[in-house]
Design a protein around this ligand. Sequence first.
Ligand code: PMP
Length: 379
Amino acid sequence: GMASWWSVIHGYNHPIINTALKQQIDKMSHVMFGGLTHDPAIELGQQLVAMTAPELQAVFLADSGSVSVEVAMKMAIQYWASSGQPNKQRFLTVRNGYHGDTFGAMSVCDPVNGMHSLFSQTLAQQLFAPAPEPAFDAPCEAQHTEELARLLVEHRDSIAAIIIEPVVQGAGGMRFYSPAYLRELRALADENEVLLIFDEVATGFGRTGKLFAYEHADVVPDILCLGKALTGGYMTLAATVTTENVSRTINQGEPGVFMHGPTFMGNPLACTAALSSLKLLQEGKWQSQVQAIEQGLKEGLAPCTRLAAVRQARVLGAIGVVELHKAVDMATIQPRFVEAGVWVRPFGKLVYVMPPFVISPSQLAHLCRAITKVVADIA
Ligand code: PMP
């Protein structure tokens, strides 16, 4: 039910990705990515540029989703420094967000879920607007962005970028919101001269029914974070993709390069897994698979809504969420799911699934029946 935290979209042990990785091992497993490059990284960069919006032209390969967020934040700061505005170093975000576990990423996670109080002496102090309210199919009214706009206008001289998960807030609450909200954000960011970062580590590569969630809104960010499903869940790899303008501005400023260069950047095996996974995606079956999962989840989770323990069931693309009135007891609920023959890992009040795109209709029906039964039993 979890596709190993959203990542294993083609299922486990895929023969095509397995073969590509075995062949790459026999060519080269790793080489430093400073002053050197290699075919899998070049091809992957080209592929990501081709798949994303035409405005997104430059790719930085990062080690994990959290690091892709760190990289995006550093890019935004360095972009403004190179533009003669070195004071723009803060970030504006919304509540209920989740962007990873490293310090920069943590600083823009929801202050409560992200446990800011525990790390309060060290975490950068960012600006938080209310979580996006309008429902997925609702319009965005002025009051929905009022507080965000106020913070933006007040602090625009110190804000480098707005960072947000587009359309779906994942680990911070599994909330879906209106794409119209993102169109407002784009306009507000432009008016106030701040960059817009979309964190699509969880939503990227088809999960919401579009290849990238920003396509629901027809809005393009200045910086895009990708990870998880990038390698089909085989290896840790992420990418931070940006515009020609951001890339060129950074390279023309001081010190003339982007200041980030980890040891395993652009690892050839990880790039090969990603290329192979993207090739599978490009066959295009994901579209009908995700549509079928959406339909299957809507039908399969509908009986949950009649249970006393359930506040709401919601589905978008290949994401199904059953929100309960009370937090679950993990120690008792986890074994019940295993007994029912499924792997589901709830958190707090949320029992949620995002299965591999290759899940069969009968497996999906089994998964939904198991959720309905376990939730009925715990009530
Ligand atoms: N951003 C989002 C939206 C995520 O969902 C996650 C992981 N759940 C991350 C960033 C961090 O990715 P990673 O766990 O690969 O560091």
